[in-house]
Design a protein around this ligand. Structure first.
Ligand SMILES: Nc1ncnc2c1ncn2[C@@H]1O[C@H](COP(=O)(O)OP(=O)(O)OP(=O)(O)O)[C@@H](O)[C@H]1O
Length: 696
C-alpha cells in the first residue's frame, strides 16, 4: 500500500517529510519496533486501518455480533494506545465501508496487475505501540517467515496476520466477549481475502452501492452553495421529487466533529416553518461527472483561483470549512474557504471557492504516490533515505531484502512501480442530505418582486409580507425556545418558499411575480406558500461557547456579512455574543423584515439603505407610513441585550393584531370560493351543452 500520510493536498511537503521521518524512524533495524512517542496518524490513515481491520473481523467471525465485538475490542485497544480516537464509532461507519470498498477495488486491481503479493509485506510493516501493537512485535507470530533473507509468501502473511488476530482474541480479558475468543480466526475468509486466485471479491465485501443512483433519478441541479451542490431528484420508489444536497467531504472535514451537524440537526427539527428533512447518508460519488468543476479534486484549485475572492466587498465571507468559521484575513487563510458573492442586482448569490484543501477524493489518500515513488527511487539508488542518529533507515540495494520490513515499499514492488499504478479511487466521498423540494427561495421571490415595486409597498401587500415574516418568526421561535439552537445564517436565500394549499399550517398567500416588468392595471396571480427556514450548516446550540471562533490565535466568524450582528464581527464583543446568542438571529431578522417591507431598486440602493439602517437611519417614507414596524426593526438592531426575543416580537401589536391574520384568512376563503365558483360554472356549461345536444 502506498503511503497515505504523504498527501500533498493537506500537508506541505516539508511537514510531510518530517512526519514520515518520524514514522520510519520508529522502526528498528531488525524488524522490531523502537517504542517511541509518535504523533497519532492522521484521520484518513486511521480510517483506512480501521476499515481494513473491520473487514478482517467481518471475514473471520461467523456472526455480525461477534465480528463487531472483535472489531470494538481491537479498536479500543488501538485507542488505548493513542493511535486512534473515535474513528471506530458508528459516525464513521459509512466512511469505513466506503474505504473498505476502495481497498477491495485496489486489491482487485493489484491482483489483475499481478502484483497482489505486495500487500503481504505491509502486514509486517504495522506500527508498534503498547497493547494491540505490542502483539505485532512478538517474534513467534512471524514463525512462518522468520528467515530474514526470504520474503514472506502470501500464505505466510495470512498465517502471521491470523496469529496476530488470534493472539488478540486469546488475550482478551473481557469476560462477556462474544467474539470467538477460544476459536481460532476463520482462516478461509482471510485466505480468500488475500488470495491472488480469488477474483470474486464481491463475495467478501459488503461494498457500499450507491444509494443515490439506485434510489434516485437526478433531474436537474438546483443550485450551488458554499458547501456543495443541490439537485432535484425523483425517488424511484415513492415517485416524489426531493432536493438532495451533496456535500463533498474534505479530508479535514472528515476529522471535524461538525461533519454531520446539518443533517443531525435537521433530523431533530419538526415545525411547519422549518424545511423538512428525510434522511442523510455518506457514499462515494457514484459516477463520473461531466461538470469538471464538480467534485474534481484535481481541478478545484484552478476553479478557485479563477474566481474573484472579493470582487464586490459586499456580503463576502471566508469560511474555514473545518471550523465552519469565516476567515477575516483573506491572505492568511490556510484552509478551505468559501466566498459568498452577491451579483450586481442581487439576483443570485454565487459562491466562489478558494481552497488549498481540495475535496476528499479517495485518490487523494493515495496521491502521495508520486512522492512515494520519488522516495522510493532514493531507496533504489542506494542512498540512505533518512539519516537519523537513533534509527536510521537505510535502503542500500544489497541489504534491501534483509530490511524488507523497514522499507515503506518493497523491492519487489519497485519493479512493478515502473508502470503507472492506478489511483486508489478517483471518486470523492459525499454527504447526501435529502430534503423537501421547495419552489423557490425568498431571495428569488424578492428579486422578482423588486422589479415590480420600489420603495413603499401597497397596503394589501405589506400585510402579506408581515404575515410571511410572522411565519418565519414562528420557525425561529421554535429553534430558539424549543430546540435551544441559533441558526446563525438567516437571510432571504436561506428561507425557502414551499407551495401549499390555503389550509396548510403556516401558509401565506403571496403574489407570483414574473421576471417581466409589471403593468399597473394587470392583476398578479397569487399562490399559497409556506416559508421554511433552511440551510442549517452554521447552526449552533445556545450553550456553545463559540470556541470555534478563536482558532490558532485568529478570530473567525461564520455567517453572511450583511446580516451579521456586530458582536459576531468583533472579538471584543464575543462575550456579548455568547451571552445573548439568540440575539444574533434577531439582528439578521431585523434586516430581513426591512427587506420584506421596502423593495430596493438597485443593488447599490440596497447596500446604502442597509448600511443606513445599521446606523439607525430609515427612509423618511417608511418612518412616516410604518412607524410601528420602523421602531421594531430599530430595536431588533440595537445592542444584543436590548434586542427583543422572537417570542416578544410575535407579541407586539404588529403581529398579534388579528386583522392581519383575518385578512389572510378571508383572502384564502375568497380564493377557495372563487375556485368552486369556476368549477361550478364549468359544470353548468357542460350540462347546458349536453342538454342542447339531447334536445336536437
Ligand atoms: N430544499 C430545497 N428546495 C429547492 N431548492 C433548494 C433547496 N435547498 C437548496 N436549494 C437550492 O440550492 C441552492 C444551494 O443551496 P445550499 O443550501 O447548498 O446553499 P446556499 O444556502 O445557497 O449557500 P450556503 O450554504 O453556502 O449558505 C439554493 O440557493 C437553492 O436555490
Amino acid at each position: 500500500m502506498l503511503n497515505p500520510s504523504r498527501n500533498a493536498h493537506d500537508e506541505n511537503s516539508s511537514y510531510g517529510k518530517n512526519k514520515n521521518r518520524q514514522a520510519l524512524s520508529a522502526y528498528g533495524r531488525n524488524g522490531a519496533f523502537q517504542l517511541k512517542k509518535q504523533e497519532p496518524p492522521r484521520i484518513t490513515c486511521k480510517l483506512l486501518l480501521l476499515s481494513l481491520l473491520e473487514s478482517v473481523c467481518k471475514l473471520s467471525q461467523k456472526t455480525p455480533e461477534s465480528s463487531k465485538n472483535m472489531f470494538l475490542y481491537i479498536a479500543y485497544s488501538l485507542r488505548n494506545s493513542g493511535l486512534i480516537e473515535n474513528e471506530f464509532s458508528e459516525d464513521y461507519e459509512a466512511i469505513r465501508v466506503a474505504y473498505s470498498g476502495a481497498i477491495h477495488e485496489l486489491l482487485a486491481q493489484a491482483h489483475n496487475a499481478n502484483i497482489g503479493h505486495v500487500s503481504d509485506e505491509h502486514l509486517f510493516s504495522l506500527n508498534k505501540t503498547t497493547s494491540f501493537m505490542s502483539v505485532l512485535s512478538d517474534e513467534s507470530l512471524y514463525s512462518t517467515c522468520n528467515e530474514p533473507s526470504e520474503s514472506p509468501t502470501l500464505p505466510d502473511s495470512v498465517d502471521a496476520f491470523t496469529n496476530i488476530v488470534n493472539h488478540v482474541s486469546s488475550h482478551s480479558d473481557i469476560s462477556d466477549s462474544t467474539f470467538l475468543k477460544n476459536s481460532p480466526l476463520n482462516m478461509s475468509g482471510l485466505e480468500d481475502y488475500f488470495s491472488p486466485n480469488n477474483t470474486n471479491f464481491e463475495n467478501f465485501y459488503n461494498v457500499q452501492k450507491s444509494r443515490y443512483s439506485s434510489d434516485f433519478e437526478e433531474l436537474e441541479m438546483l443550485g450551488k452553495g458554499g458547501y456543495g451542490y443541490v439537485y432535484k431528484a425523483r425517488n424511484k420508489f415513492d415517485g416524489v421529487e426531493y432536493a438532495l444536497k451533496k456535500i463533498p467531504l474534505t479530508l479535514r472535514s472528515l476529522s471535524s466533529s461538525n461533519m454531520f451537524r446539518e443533517s443531525r440537526i435537521l433530523a431533530r427539527l419538526n415545525h411547519p416553518n422549518i424545511i423538512r428533512f428525510y434522511s442523510s447518508w455518506i457514499e462515494i460519488e457514484p459516477y463520473p461527472h461531466n461538470d469538471p468543476a464538480e467534485f474534481d479534486s484535481t481541478c478545484t484549485e484552478d476553479l478557485l483561483d479563477s474566481r474573484s475572492i472579493d470582487s464586490n466587498g459586499g456580503d463576502n465571507l471566508l469560511f474555514d470549512i473545518e471550523t465552519d468559521s469565516l476567515d477575516r484575513d483573506f491572505s492568511s487563510a490556510n484552509s478551505f474557504q468559501v466566498v459568498f458573492e452577491e451579483d450586481s442586482l442581487g439576483t443570485h448569490f454565487d459562491p466562489s471557492y478558494s481552497t488549498k484543501q481540495s475535496t476528499c477524493s479517495l485518490a487523494a489518500l493515495f496521491s502521495g504516490y508520486k512522492e512515494s515513488e520519488q522516495e522510493y527511487s532514493k531507496m533504489h539508488s542506494c542512498e540512505p533515505v533518512y539519516a537519523d542518529k537513533d534509527d536510521s533507515i537505510y535502503c542500500e540495494k544489497e541489504n534491501r531484502s534483509k530490511r524488507l520490513n523497514n522499507c515503506s515499499l518493497s523491492s519487489r514492488f519497485e519493479d512493478s512501480m515502473t508502470h503507472e499504478v492506478p489511483c486508489f479511487d478517483q471518486r470523492p466521498i459525499c454527504l447526501y442530505i435529502q430534503m423537501a423540494l421547495c419552489e423557490e427561495t425568498l431571495e428569488i421571490h424578492l428579486n422578482r418582486r423588486n422589479k415590480h415595486f420600489h420603495g413603499m409597498l401597497p397596503k394589501n401587500l405589506r400585510n402579506r409580507y408581515i404575515l410571511l415574516f410572522s411565519r418565519i418568526l414562528e420557525g425561529v421561535m421554535y429553534l430558539h425556545n424549543v430546540m435551544n439552537l441559533v441558526h446563525h445564517d438567516l437571510k432571504p436565500r436561506n428561507i425557502f418558499l414551499s407551495s401549499s394549499t390555503s389550509s396548510e399550517q403556516g401558509s401565506v398567500r403571496l403574489p407570483c411575480f414574473s421576471g417581466k416588468p409589471h403593468l399597473s392595471n394587470e392583476p398578479i396571480e397569487s399562490k399559497f406558500f409556506v416559508p421554511k427556514i433552511g440551510d442549517f450548516g452554521l447552526v449552533l446550540s445556545q450553550s456553545d461557547d463559540g470556541d470555534s471562533s478563536e482558532e490558532n490565535g485568529g478570530f473567525y466568524f461564520a455567517g453572511t456579512h450583511t446580516y451579521a450582528a456586530p458582536e459576531m464581527l468583533s472579538r471584543h464583543m464575543k462575550a456579548q455574543a455568547i451571552k445573548n446568542s439568540t440575539a444574533i438571529d434577531v439582528y439578521a431578522l431585523g434586516i430581513l423584515f426591512f427587506e420584506l417591507l421596502y423593495p430596493f431598486g438597485t443593488r447599490m440602493e440596497r447596500v446604502s439603505l442597509i448600511n443606513n439602517l445599521k446606523k439607525g437611519l430609515l427612509p423618511e417614507d417608511f418612518l412616516e407610513q410604518m412607524p410601528g414596524e420602523a421602531s421594531l426593526i430599530l430595536s431588533m438592531l440595537s445592542s444584543p441585550a436590548k434586542r427583543p426575543t422572537a417570542a416578544q416580537i410575535l407579541k407586539t401589536p404588529i403581529f398579534s393584531n388579528m386583522a392581519v391574520n383575518e385578512l389572510h384568512l378571508y383572502e384564502a376563503l375568497l380564493d377557495d370560493v372563487q375556485q368552486q365558483n369556476n368549477s361550478l360554472k364549468a359544470e353548468l356549461e357542460t350540462l347546458k351543452s349536453k342538454l342542447v345536444n339531447s334536445s336536437s
